[in-house]
Design a protein around this ligand. Structure first.
Ligand code: ATP
Ligand code: MG
Length: 559
């Protein structure tokens, strides 16, 4: 990974980001004397790494300014929303390390929003329109041309209120009419050309059931929800910049507390898609096993993969807050994960691609216990005893009968260190009829116990091993990136993001593990020495952990 990715591209902890500068100016001018933010997910999917950025930002601002942060479910779209999503969102925010000060649902405000809509109607600021979607869109024309008023625009408040109440009472079928704000059909901002406030939807809502036959649009519900909760700074992504005049129009015309909307660039991450619609498609079409499949860019997927919450927070911090769209290298996220895991993961030995090494001068039925250091980065992690015996598993690529230049591991005549155990000198190998190596032979030096040189002689390599007779054979999933190209969203002509799925994003193997690994529990982090970071999957049978590879020790994707 390029070094510039490791530095904070825009901000550091010391310098203020532009949102903090705006907040400071508000506190100074007295516009607000407190900071209250919110994280407003729509419960129509699981949260992804982009949401994590928004969560860290909103909760982080509240913390920094001794303020408050709400969790608000933006549940104005009854057909796509489910309780399962609400639950998963809460779990993910908590897991990331944040606790909201209050929990709300936009649907809590349906009655209030409705009452305000009546107020706007009675003041001549909203009208019921019976035009089709297409007609509404055609009549708006283009930003440089004046819009066209339809015959419904000049209805009297009395007619409008009667129609609106009948809409609410369920007297009209879906799609036959909408309530529109009467703003400005000539505005260069298309969002101000009489935007839709309510649509008819005879749909069951996950919280209000069948109580409502009309539902507010996002633009009408969002600002008012912020206002009701006393939000001071409504942080959102850049695409809402053009919605801001509308956000302000509703609040001003209703005459309620005015939060300040502030937009920042959404997080884009290479090798990743973040649209919930596409993530749902991956799940529904079974390209992945579930929303929390360890390959998914969801918070739950990353948790299951073994990404620690602090690594994700660190990542969000390093990415900073930008005013312009950019793409962050996936390698930066992996870098943060490695940084975190290096400190907390206990070291273990496991062989993924085994071949037998027979230590021919080691007594047949002898076992001795050597001492392994659990974590060189953490003295408190202690040590453990590892059984050593005559027959060991080693990685097959740690042996070469005819070594290439620069190869310092096992080859006939060469001596290496077996981690924590002994020096061993290779004496040869056995091959099958096809010429494949099936066993490697070596002789150990009893005086090198602990892996220490007995007489100052040096070895160039240290390799890991597992005693064959003590090995725990454990299912291990080698996860890799889900997509093969940096921008799977920018598919070429005739292709979709699905055409760039990495066929090797999951390989399941049986690893030969040192016995201590059989006791691993979900929630623990491990480094398989020389290989990578691994965690026990949450769905592991008791005493038989299934390991997920979180990340390799080095970035294999960097050029
Ligand atoms: P999608 O388009 O995939 O459905 P969304 O933006 O509609 O995503 P929401 O549930 O509405 O998803 O998002 C909740 C909050 O998270 C919003 O404030 C939104 O701006 C923010 N958010 C969503 N995606 C990102 C991202 N990639 N980077 C930063 N913030 C994001
Ligand atoms: Mg949204």
């Amino acid at each position: 990974m390029a070094a510039e990715n490791i530095n904070r591209p825009e901000e550091s902890k010391e310098t203020k980001n532009f949102i903090e500068e705006i907040i400071d100016s508000h506190l100074e001018s007295g516009r607000y004397n407190r900071v209250h933010t919110r994280f407003p997910p729509e419960p129509n999917g699981y949260l992804h790494i982009g949401h994590a950025k928004s969560i860290c930002l909103n909760f982080g601002l509240a913390k920094k300014y001794n303020g408050l942060c709400n969790l608000r479910f933006d549940d104005t779209n009854p057909t796509k929303e489910e309780v399962e999503y609400v639950d998963s969102i809460k779990e993910d925010v908590n897991w990331l390390g944040f606790q909201w000060d209050a929990e709300y649902f936009a649907s809590d405000y349906f009655q209030q929003l409705y009452d305000w809509a009546e107020k706007l109607i009675l003041e001549g600021k909203a009208y019921v329109c019976e035009c089709s979607q297409e007609t509404i869109s055609t009549n708006r024309t283009t930003p440089t041309r004046p819009g066209i008023a339809c015959e419904h625009r000049d209805r009297t408040p009395e007619t409008n209120i009667e129609l609106f109440r009948r809409m609410k009472n369920g007297e009209f079928p879906d799609g036959t009419m909408v309530l529109r704000a009467k703003i400005d059909l000539n505005s260069p901002n298309m969002h101000m050309r009489d935007p839709i406030m309510y649509r008819i939807l005879h749909a069951h809502h996950h919280r209000t059931g069948n109580q409502w036959n009309i539902y507010p649009m996002y633009d009408y519900a969002h600002g008012e929800s912020d206002s009701i909760e006393g939000i001071t700074h409504s942080v959102c992504t850049l695409e809402f910049e053009v919605h801001r005049p509308l956000y302000e129009w509703f609040i001003q015309n209703i005459g309620i507390h005015a939060p300040q909307q502030i937009e920042f660039a959404r997080l884009n991450l290479s090798y990743t898609i973040m649209s919930k619609r596409k993530l749902l498609q991956l799940v529904n079409e079974k390209h992945v096993s579930s929303w929390d499949d360890p390959r998914m860019p969801t918070i739950s997927g990353m948790r299951r993969r073994g990404f620690p919450a602090d690594a994700i927070r660190d990542f969000a911090d390093r990415v900073g807050v930008a005013k312009r769209e950019n793409v962050i290298e996936y390698g930066l996220l992996e870098f943060c994960v490695r940084e975190s895991l290096n400190k907390k993961a206990e070291r273990r030995m496991a062989v993924l691609n085994p071949i037998k090494l027979i230590v021919t001068n080691y007594p047949e039925n002898q076992v001795d216990m050597v001492t392994g250091v659990n974590n060189p980065e953490d003295e408190n992690a202690g040590t453990r005893e590892i059984p050593f015996s005559r027959e060991l598993w080693i990685e097959s690529d740690d042996f070469m009968e005819e070594p290439i230049k620069g190869y310092h591991r096992l080859f006939p005549g060469n001596e290496v260190r077996l981690r924590y155990a002994y020096f061993v000198k290779c004496t040869g190998c056995k091959k099958d009829e096809n010429g494949n190596v099936v066993e490697v032979y070596g002789e150990y030096d009893p005086a090198s116990r602990g892996g220490n040189s007995p007489d100052g002689r040096k070895v160039k390599s240290t390799i890991h091993w597992v005693s064959a007779k003590h090995a725990a054979e454990l299912e291990t999933r080698l996860y890799d990136r889900l997509f093969t190209i940096p921008a799977p969203d920018d598919a070429e002509e005739g292709k979709t993001f699905l055409d760039y799925l990495n066929p090797d994003s999951l390989k399941t193997i049986t690893a030969m593990c040192e016995p201590a690994l059989a006791e691993a529990r979900p929630g623990q982090f491990f480094q398989f020495e020389r290989i990578g970071y691994f965690v026990p999957d949450k769905d592991s049978p008791e005493g038989q952990p299934r390991f997920n590879r979180t990340v390799t020790l080095k970035d294999g994707w960097a050029k």
